[in-house]
Design a protein around this ligand. Structure first.
Ligand SMILES: *[C@@H]1O[C@H](CO)[C@@H](O)[C@H](O)[C@H]1NC(C)=O
Ligand SMILES: *[C@@H]1O[C@H](CO)[C@@H](O)[C@H](O)[C@H]1NC(C)=O
Ligand SMILES: *[C@@H]1O[C@H](CO)[C@@H](O)[C@H](O)[C@H]1NC(C)=O
Ligand SMILES: *[C@@H]1O[C@H](CO)[C@@H](O)[C@H](O)[C@H]1NC(C)=O
Ligand SMILES: *[C@@H]1O[C@H](CO)[C@@H](O)[C@H](O)[C@H]1NC(C)=O
Ligand SMILES: *[C@@H]1O[C@H](CO)[C@@H](O)[C@H](O)[C@H]1NC(C)=O
Length: 897
């Protein structure tokens, strides 16, 4: 291999500069035993990508078939990455030369010119090794020898077990995963999860470069915005490279505002490092509130960001760093209530109803998860098409890329950032804790300045796991509890607080918030409805029966599984295996309960076609998407109906709903609303409706047997008199039987019961037949507005189970497809039906893109919906590709024989 192109990034300030030289590009790869050698590799990257690379052809498509099992050997090998690079004379003249590794996955020993320069053991730490005396002008070599993460975690678990075991021994068998990921600082889900395969990657997953300077360089700028009356206090901690004491220089800080920039300049002396080895300078900047606009969550206002420039200069050198700052105050309110405590977010003194979703790693391969395209696609689907305002970056995954948080700032998506610990007990020996401390220190300083960063969470579900004896820790409870406190409180929380001034923190999720602290950090019931947040899943009971759902203060996880579309499955399997009972479909289902709940949940409400129907497998897939979408809608509306309200036990005042989960890491049954190929499931089309800031719902109260109409408005606007129309349709006709109009002024921030009716009586009076059968004959369309404007999404009340309703086997067809822009990216699709039809689903198959409305209820002869293509296409091609189905598609009722 020839010498790679040398990239020199030079930052020039008055002729003095620090230098960076990127070492990424084409490397070579082998395994320790040289069974595989002279392979080509891409840095940054990872072992699976490299082995799939067509020039190596060691692996096929890791995402297809049973390849996750087939390729388990990869992570058991010990891989070596190496390359040679040229260093110019100029660089070596600097006083300090460092090798900087932004992310190494995970256990590597690093050599420069065959001299060992360091080792790594945490993929979430940035490693910096001084190589001033090892590097030379001219040709150099660099080698990273990786140890198998499987071998290392096993050894660490064994060693720990000599004292006492730290469970679980392994993930459930149904995950087909690897064991003991809790012993190493690596994406927990890379050893498998209930929605994902085990691909424990290995490699240099983020940038690697040389940096050289004369005196110092800025390592981090942590800029925090603190409310202080008429002004914002912008508190800036500028961290410098250590081992450079006694340096003097000038620190220039400049903040862009609506008016003139605010500038300060001070003489600084970089003294001895503190006890944590840090050298930093705090600069306070007073920013009059009138000189900047407020940053708001999505749907509440704009997201203005102002550039902050921090520059250190002395006669030898300059170093500079820029940030985008948003001015906002985010608080977690836990005021006393009649029973328990509230739990909600307040932004700029306005109570916020958190509406959002949990994010798993954007890709199972960490290097892929940092790709901009992936971030753009997912965050746009959240913020451009819905009013969601919060993402929980879940603790079994990864701290996201800088770009991810930049986009969250831009879109107004508040981030609930878990530290990366999930669903396991963790060790708390000194080495582990100091490793975690480095990680927390780095990640907090890297991310904390983002306006979107709303709260840090200590871990996912581990307070609950300990309290509920999930991992059989009860016999030794005091030991595990002491370890829990050492790790999440004394290390994670305290290290985070050292680096921040006003960060929000919760110990776990779910947790009881400050009540958990009072109970000694492990509450007796961390999932209490009366405190903090809650996770709730139930795949056994009828999910459209709202009485099954709890009424917590804040629901931070809830969801239902479905299957990705046929076209997505075909990227990884043949059509012959798309049956729930096939070995392949059983293999992809990692939930210990298997595929049965998928079917059982459908059958509470709907009747599947007979198994001898030609379209049976396709129908099952489609029906799982219906039941997922309807279940999450029903549960979300339940949570929203308790905004500002309590039930007679004092439960309620629910102020958050974050469903599980946004995305996927492979094509498999999962809780995701967007599948791994980027296709929206029906659920994602329902999100803009059930998460609309203003919403009207029709809900069946099982106790009173009444239809209750609720109005919710999350924003504190007082809008005057509004109307709500209840339009009753029979399943026979598009002509409404009756419209009942409700008029009133509806308070914001409190879900308001507007009207209630005896269901049978109401429908019977509306013309649906005798009171005992009326519910089978009709449904109700519900929408609200003001004057001539509709303000809420269409909502529906279905008074009977779908399988009992007198629905028609109607004919639904696409009658026209029209391009509506000049670029071939937007189309109108005209859909005609001969009777009201449910969950009308348009599938563009191989034409990538999404419908703004899909899975809709058609109650007019013709409906027009908008399709947005990912890349240009034509109306002819789209029309050719499109198919349409609905709940009672006649094709589902033809027997194969
Ligand atoms: C990887 O290294 C470990 C530790 O030295 C060793 O036990 C293991 O056999 C090696 N794996 C392979 C496939 O060579
Ligand atoms: C910055 O402001 C805070 C809060 O007023 C104060 O405690 C701190 O001492 C100030 N720091 C400097 C360096 O001025
Ligand atoms: C940051 O500030 C320095 C010193 O004031 C200036 O030289 C530099 O151009 C600024 N950088 C940006 C990107 O504005
Ligand atoms: C589909 O079937 C063909 C022929 O049997 C086989 O070669 C191929 O590997 C299968 N593809 C998948 C993804 O299972
Ligand atoms: C609501 O009902 C009123 C009274 O029947 C009717 O005039 C109006 O057009 C309806 N609005 C919508 C959007 O259906
Ligand atoms: C419409 O429904 C309401 C409420 O059930 C009822 O009072 C009214 O008589 C109905 N109107 C017609 C025209 O059926």
């Amino acid at each position: 291999m020839g010498f790679r192109l040398v990239l020199l990034l030079v930052f020039l300030y008055g002729g003095k500069c620090e230098v960076k030289q990127d070492l990424g590009g084409e490397w070579s790869l082998k395994d320790e035993t040289e069974e595989y050698k002279d392979l080509s590799a891409t840095v940054p990257g990872g072992i699976y990508t490299d082995l799939m690379n067509p020039s190596n052809k060691i692996l096929g498509n890791i995402y297809a078939g049973f390849n996750d099992i087939e390729y388990k050997w990869v992570a058991r090998y010990n891989w070596t990455y190496s390359t040679t690079f040229q260093v110019q004379e100029d660089l070596t003249k600097r006083d300090v030369i460092n090798l900087v590794l932004e992310g190494v996955d995970t256990f590597a020993t690093i050599f420069i010119n065959d001299v060992k320069v360091g080792t790594t053991e945490n993929m979430f730490v940035r490693y910096i090794f001084e190589i001033t005396n090892t590097l030379k002008a001219g040709v150099n070599t660099i080698t990273l020898k990786f140890d198998s993460p499987i071998t290392v975690s096993e050894e660490l678990a064994k060693k720990q077990a000599e004292d006492y075991a730290v469970p679980p021994d392994c993930v459930p068998d149904s995950y087909k995963g690897e064991c003991h990921v809790n012993f190493i600082r690596k994406i927990p889900a890379s050893f498998s999860w209930d929605w994902g395969p085990a691909f424990p990657s290995v490699g240099i997953w983020k940038d690697i470069y040389l940096e050289a300077f004369y005196v110092t360089t800025i390592r981090y700028v942590v800029a925090e915005v603190i409310d202080s009356g008429d002004n914002w206090l912008l508190s800036i901690d500028t961290y410098f490279a250590p081992k450079t004491t006694g340096i003097t220089g000038k620190l220039d800080v400049s903040l862009q505002t609506k008016r003139e920039p605010i500038q300060t300049s001070s003489e600084v002396i970089l003294g001895e490092p503190n006890e944590h080895g840090e050298i930093f300078v705090t600069t306070n900047v007073t920013v009059p509130k009138s000189s900047v606009d407020l940053w708001w969550p999505n749907g509440y206002g704009k997201q203005p960001l102002y550039t902050l420039n921090v520059t250190f200069t002395n006669d030898k050198e300059s170093s500079t760093s820029q940030k985008k700052i948003g001015f906002r105050k985010i608080e977690i309110m836990q005021d006393e209530l009649d029973s328990g405590l509230a739990f909600y977010f307040k932004v700029n003194n306005v109570p916020i109803y958190a509406m959002g979703v949990n994010v798993i790693p954007l890709d199972i391969l960490p290097e892929e998860s940092y790709k901009r395209e992936t971030v753009d696609r997912l965050l746009a689907a959240v913020a451009e098409y819905t009013e969601m305002n919060m993402l929980r970056v879940w603790g079994g995954g990864v701290y996201e890329s800088d770009y991810f948080y930049e986009m969250a700032d831009k879109y107004g998506l508040m981030i609930w950032q878990d530290f990366v610990f999930a669903s396991a007990m963790y060790p708390a020996n000194a080495e582990f804790l100091s490793n975690v401390q480095r990680e927390v220190n780095h990640q907090v300083k890297r991310i904390q300045s983002h306006a979107s960063l709303a709260v840090w969470g200590g871990n996912n579900e581990n307070e609950g796991n300990l309290a509920s004896n999930h991992f059989n820790t009860a016999d030794n409870f005091d030991v595990y509890k002491a370890d829990y406190i050492k790790l999440y409180i004394d290390t994670v929380r305290d290290e985070m607080r050292r680096a921040t001034k006003n960060a929000n923190f919760v110990n776990s999720s779910p947790t009881n918030g400050i009540q958990t602290d009072k109970e000694g950090y492990v509450a007796s019931d961390p999932g209490s409805n009366f405190y903090g947040d809650k996770h709730y899943y139930n795949n056994k009971k009828d999910s459209l029966d709202e009485s099954i759902f709890p009424t917590p203060r804040f629901s931070s996880e809830y969801g239902y599984q479905s299957l990705p579309s046929v076209t997505s499955w075909l990227t990884v399997a043949n059509s012959s295996v798309l049956n729930l009972n096939s070995d392949f479909m059983k293999h992809r289902q990692h939930h210990p309960d298997g595929n049965d709940p998928l079917k059982n949940l459908i059958e509470f409400q709907m009747e599947l076609p007979s198994e001898d129907n030609e379209y049976y497998d396709e129908a099952v897939i489609y029906y799982t998407q219906i039941i997922q979408a309807m279940s999450v809608k029903t549960e979300t509306e339940h949570y929203r109906r308790f905004m500002g309200r309590f039930d007679d036990q004092g439960q309620g005042n629910t102020m958050g709903a974050l469903f599980w989960q946004l995305n996927d890491v492979w094509v498999a049954p999962s809780w995701a609303s967007i599948d791994y190929t980027g296709r929206w499931k029906m659920l994602h089309n329902f999100v803009p409706n059930f998460f609309s800031h203003e919403l009207v719902t029709g809900h069946y109260n099982k106790d009173s047997k009444k239809l209750e109409i609720y109005h919710m408005l999350n924003k504190p606007n007082v809008d005057g008199e509004k109307w709500i129309n209840l339009t009753v349709y029979s399943w026979e006709s598009f002509t409404p039987l009756n419209v009942t109009q409700l008029i009133g002024e509806f308070e914001p921030l409190v879900a308001r019961l507007v009207a209630s009716y005896d269901v049978d009586q109401f429908l019977s009076d509306s013309g649906c037949g005798a009171a005992d059968v009326a519910k089978y004959n009709c449904f109700v369309h519900i929408v609200g507005g003001k004057d001539g404007t509709v303000l809420t999404p269409s909502n529906y009340f279905f008074p009977s189970k779908f399988k009992e309703a007198k629905l028609k086997n109607s004919n639904v067809e696409i009658i026209s497809v029209d391009m509506i822009d000049a670029k071939g990216l937007r189309f109108h699709v005209w859909v005609k039906a001969d009777a009201p039809s449910l969950f009308v689903w348009l599938d563009p198959h191989d034409i990538k893109g999404h419908f703004l409305e899909n899975g809709f209820i058609q109650h007019s002869l013709v409906t027009t919906v908008t399709f947005i293509a990912d890349s240009p296409t034509t109306s002819e091609d789209l029309k050719q590709a499109l198919t349409v189905t609905h709940l009672r598609d006649p094709k589902y009722f033809i027997s194969r024989k």
